[in-house]
Design a protein around this ligand. Structure first.
Ligand SMILES: *Cc1c(COP(=O)(O)O)cnc(C)c1O
Length: 431
């Protein structure tokens, strides 16, 4: 499979080049030259297939011969080394729990797959690389965990000072070994821009063999489509499936749309956001207007310029009309999000994190007019990850999974820097 840039100013590349480059030189995003399709019998038999076999079939269509079957099966198995439970919250409404991985958020899936693909190619070619990643919270932890101890790879995590939760900070500043954390005096958008600028700087990029682990990397996106197939496999006999995706940078939603293009019968996708409603506004007005992000209680979705928007556009052939049919968009403020966490917990005993609650809200809104559908929202993080937000809402302590508690006990190590290229260079020089 070849990958092209959405800006179309550079030649197509292999999967290996696409994931090492991260970002094409023309500042676009990589997309597969054709979106592969899966045969009808795959969907007929999917209900009897194991998760790892489903995931392998999907992955192999995107990667082709570049990773041999045996290795790709191993990568998929190691990536999905935890469960993906689908829990009925109320009648016809299901939560797809994506937080059972090592750092308790869905980003484990993409990060683990990317780390293993890069490590496979690095070992094959004997080269060293540096992963540069900006995080609004969960990516950094997932990437740190996914790459921890991986040979020939150094990781630098940039996060906005004071804008992520305590436990998120503990997670991404306490790995040690090949994982370094930088606390940036700025916003997530500043961090993301620093990464983008570093990649556009040819000298830096080549000197340190910079690679991105952000959701812009194709190897993050591909495995995120696995769980949409899994959801279909589990629920396909129940009715028309509607899936609501709490979104920030829109990687997760894009992965779902790719799955749908591959033939996956999901009836409707819903883009649910907090007040950073750039995409829902676009769906209403046809105008894509990025703006500085606003801080919310669903902070992993505080994104003012969602990069995967351009991939979504490709999926819909740049047609606004088609996108607004294919994706319904809804946005919610912190007040209603918090009320929903409390309300659903009280009524059903099911505790959502603020991101999942935004997804739930969008799903419910759509289902008012489509009551016979089967609704699924993505529960993207464990509520304990956002304990400082969730505990005051439910006026109760949230029990922490042991793997999170372990992070909380470690000592933070991070370098505080300004949001400039110069400061980032200094950090790179210490490698
Ligand atoms: C990153 C993240 C999101 C947003 O995912 P995107 O793919 O960027 O849209 C939602 N919820 C949680 C908990 C996250 O960490």
């Amino acid at each position: 499979m070849k990958y092209y840039s959405t800006n179309r100013q550079v030649p197509e590349v292999s999967y290996e080049e696409a994931i090492f480059n991260g970002l094409p030189d023309d500042n676009g995003l990589y997309m597969p030259e054709t979106i592969p399709t899966l045969p009808a019998d795959f969907f007929e038999n999917i209900g009897d297939m194991k998760l790892h076999d489903i995931a392998y079939e999907v992955a192999s269509r995107f990667i082709g011969e570049e990773i041999p079957e045996k290795e790709l099966r191993r990568i998929v198995e190691e990536t999905l080394s935890f469960d993906l439970p689908i829990v009925e919250v109320e009648k016809g409404i299901y939560s797809l729990e994506l937080y059972h991985g090592p750092t308790c958020a869905f980003k484990d899936v993409g990060a683990r797959f990317l780390a293993r693909c890069l490590s496979y190619f690095s070992a094959k070619e004997g080269k060293k690389s540096t992963i540069l990643v900006a995080t609004s919270g969960d990516t950094g932890a997932a990437v740190g965990s996914g790459f921890y101890g991986v040979e020939n790879i150094e990781v630098i995590i940039l996060y906005p000072k004071g804008k992520i939760s305590k436990i998120q900070e503990q997670q991404l500043t306490t790995f040690g070994k090949n994982i370094q954390a930088c606390e940036v005096r700025g916003t997530f958008d500043d961090c993301q821009k620093m990464v983008k600028d570093a990649f556009l700087n040819k000298e830096l990029k080549e000197k340190y063999n910079l690679t991105s682990a952000n959701s812009i990397n194709m190897a993050r996106l591909i495995p995120q489509s696995f769980y949409y197939f899994w959801t279909y496999a589990m629920l396909k006999d129940m009715g028309d499936l509607v899936v609501s995706v709490p979104s920030g940078n829109f990687g997760n939603l894009t992965a779902g749309l790719l799955g749908q293009k591959m033939g996956l019968p999901i009836k409707q996708f819903i883009a649910s956001t907090n007040v950073n409603d750039i995409v829902p506004s676009y769906l209403t007005s046809g105008q894509f207007e990025p703006r500085p992000s606003t801080s919310t209680i669903s902070n992993a979705m505080d994104v003012g310029n969602p990069s995967n928007f351009y991939r979504m556009k490709e999926v819909f052939g740049s047609s606004w009309e088609d996108m607004k049919e294919g994706v319904k968009g809804y946005a919610y403020d912190d007040k209603i999000t918090a009320e929903t966490v409390a309300d659903i917990y009280r009524k059903t005993d099911y505790l959502m994190d603020p991101h999942g609650a935004v997804g739930y809200l969008g799903l419910k809104e759509y289902m008012k007019d489509h009551p016979n559908s089967i609704g699924v929202f993505l529960e993207t993080a464990h509520p304990a990850k956002f304990g400082d937000v969730v505990e005051p809402i439910i006026k109760q302590e949230v029990e922490m999974p042991e793997r999170l508690a372990e992070f909380a006990r470690r000592t933070k190590v991070s370098t505080e820097i300004d949001a400039t290229q110069e400061e980032l260079k200094k950090v790179l020089e210490t490698l």
